[in-house]
Write a protein that binds this ligand. Structure first.
Ligand SMILES: *[C@@H]1O[C@H](CO)[C@@H](O)[C@H](O)[C@H]1NC(C)=O
Length: 509
């Protein structure tokens, strides 16, 4: 009897490992890491760089950053970029996603003055990657608007779409011969809702009634203009792709009631549908239920028009279908309720318009960030939903990662991060098994960096950065070895443990 139990346990264990080993990532699946200019570069006023909205905010209202720090030096990648590429080689990355600082390239934001030192820096960075067969993916905008453009209204001014198109032209002209994937904007929700509709990202406008809505329309229009520019003038000779990255955390109903189902749908529309729908849906424009709700509330509040600026039919057609791929930044999931744990929210605001409560399940592993837990299989849930909604687009996961606290002891041993990444890998494999057209995955992040309002308290790096050391020394965490092993073998091996914490570059990298 006992023997039978043992034997059947062995059989179960073997089956599990066989099943796991059969689940392989294809050889052409693009594994990489991601970063953003303001979070890593430093050199905030060096070599002709102009001031951006983060420089302005951290210097004028330093108290908004939790540890009163800033990105003036950050990980100093401006001076350490060769070490960054060496880390990419150590990990065996296929690709690296990084963003350009608009004000480093165009100090005033406008294309009348191009900064040659800025162009040279990114050329050096790109060429260093290409030397080692690492595919560079460029994000044109990751939240660091030139301050001069903010003074003209930033994303609340419809002319932003022309300024962005001018900037995109400079980028395509200078880098498009070697870079074949461009992401126009990183996370419209964080740009528009957090920057304009609340006070949680620069420029902390807190224009709750309309800020996020004006920004949403102007931003997707700016994206479309850059897309057409690429498509018309650059794609024929450069042959690359142009898309956008949306932050899509999963929002599911807290209970299976029609009220909570509807609340979850409205919440998804308010979180990301408002930015994704105009570009990726067949009909274009803002999502219907949300538009109706905002129009209704606006009327109740005495506005002669909806606070959400609608698209004309012509504008809808202009923005619709303007992306070769959908970049998804996915981190976590929330349960949504029509009645529980709501507000108080400012009135009027997007939060009040959507009017839902949300939380993470207590059983989900917690990170150092209040908003980030390990929600089961949420990449697969989110991508399945998007795949059905937007008619099977090409997907890239352009960010996904886990935070640990800077004060943690044994900060290089990040078993929770490893657990998170392995769970993500299983969820990616579930997508591939279902035939979802998912082409790549960028872990956030290559190294610790300036985590916006959280300063240097929350750490997302596969490499730890010593911010007290002028050299900003980078040291691999345990998760770096695990990610490297996954990339190399294209499988998730739960038995794998690094033998030492010494990182080397494998042959051929
Ligand atoms: C943002 O505006 C709302 C509503 O006007 C207000 O309640 C809130 O305190 C403001 N937040 C900040 C950080 O200024």
């Amino acid at each position: 009897m006992k023997l039978l139990v043992v034997l059947s346990l062995v059989a179960v264990a073997c089956n599990a490992s066989i099943v796991r080993q059969q689940r392989r990532f294809p050889d052409d699946f693009l594994f990489g890491t991601a970063t953003a200019s303001y979070q890593i570069e430093g050199a905030w006023d060096e070599d002709g760089k102009g001031e951006n909205i983060w420089d302005y905010m951290v210097h004028n209202t330093p108290e908004v950053i939790r540890d009163l720090s800033n990105g003036d030096i950050a990980a100093d990648s401006y001076h350490n970029y060769k070490r960054d590429v060496e880390m990419m080689r150590e990990l065996g990355l296929d690709a690296y996603r990084f963003s350009l600082s608009w004000a480093r390239i165009l100090p005033t934001g406008m294309a009348n003055e191009v900064n040659p030192a800025g162009i040279a820096f990114y050329n050096n960075y790109i060429d260093e990657m290409l030397k080692y067969n690492i595919t560079p993916l460029i994000t044109l905008y990751h939240w660091d608007l030139p301050q001069k453009l903010q003074e003209l209204g930033g994303f609340a001014n419809p002319l932003i779409s022309d300024w962005f198109e001018d900037y995109a032209r400079v980028v395509f002209e200078n880098f498009g011969d070697r870079v074949k994937m461009f992401i126009t904007f990183n996370e419209p929700r964080e740009i528009c809702f957090e920057g304009y509709g609340s006070a949680t990202k620069a420029p902390i406008l807190n224009a709750t009634a309309m800020g996020a809505y004006l920004c949403a329309k102007n931003l997707v229009t700016a994206h479309a203009k850059a897309y057409y520019l690429y498509d018309r003038e650059f794609r024929p000779v450069q042959g690359g792709q142009c898309g956008i990255t949306i932050s899509v955390n999963w929002f599911g109903p807290a209970t299976p009631t029609p009220e909570d189902e509807m609340a979850a749908e409205l919440r998804r529309q308010g979180e990301w549908g408002i930015y994704a729908h105009p570009i990726f849906s067949a009909e274009g424009g803002f999502p219907k239920e949300l538009s109706d709700k905002i129009a209704e509330k606006s009327a109740q509040q005495g506005y002669p028009w909806s606070r959400l600026p609608e698209f004309t039919e012509e504008e809808k057609a202009f923005v619709r279908g303007t992306s070769d791929l959908i970049g998804v930044n996915h981190y976590t999931a929330f349960l949504v309720s029509a009645t529980e744990r709501k507000g108080p929210y400012p009135v009027p605001s997007l939060l009040d318009d959507v009017d839902t409560g949300s939380w993470a399940d207590d059983s989900w592993l917690k990170s150092a960030s209040a908003w980030l837990t390990l929600a089961p299989n949420s990449i697969h849930t989110a991508l399945t939903h998007l795949n059905n909604l937007y008619n099977k687009p090409v997907f890239y996961i352009t960010e996904n990662g886990w935070s640990t606290d800077e004060s943690r002891e044994n900060s290089l041993i990040d078993d929770d991060r490893i657990q998170y990444y392995r769970a993500s890998m299983e969820s990616l494999l579930n997508c591939l098994d279902d035939g979802i057209n998912l082409k790549g995955y960028m872990a956030w992040s290559l190294m610790d960096n300036f985590e916006w309002m959280e300063g240097y308290i929350e750490r997302f790096g596969l490499y730890e950065v010593d911010f007290s050391d002028p050299a900003r020394t980078r040291t691999p965490r345990k998760a770096a070895f695990v990610y490297k092993h996954i990339i190399k073998h294209r499988v998730v091996d739960y038995e794998y443990e690094p033998e030492t914490m010494v990182m080397t570059i494998d042959e051929g990298h």
